[in-house]
Design a protein around this ligand. Structure first.
Ligand SMILES: [Zn+2]
Length: 93
């Protein structure tokens, strides 16, 4: 079980959160073209290592959080707000 440290509520079980997707993708510019939007909507990597993710604290403050989580060990490196810049640790799988 994940224990996610919400910046607003403190450390909580993962059951209070809902995964909301990959936080590393950026919306392309409006004139970027159909291929860029196709990649933005449908193409995702499946990393074995550190990953930046969106999690919403649905049973708490209901805020959207940016979480740096290791997909193999489930270790959480950092939790921040949507505008926070989170640097992932070096790959050490
Ligand atoms: Zn919270």
């Amino acid at each position: 079980m994940l224990r996610i440290p919400c910046p607003h509520c403190g450390v909580r079980d993962e059951f209070e959160f809902r995964y909301r997707g990959d936080a590393s993708v950026r919306r392309p510019a409006a004139d970027a073209g159909i291929d860029a939007f196709h990649a933005y909507v449908y193409e995702r990597t499946n990393p074995a290592g550190w990953h930046l993710e969106w999690w919403q604290h649905v049973s708490g403050c209901r805020r959207l959080l940016k979480v740096a989580r290791h997909t193999l060990s489930h270790e959480i490196h950092a939790v921040g707000l949507p505008d926070d810049e989170i640097v992932l640790p070096e790959a050490s799988a």
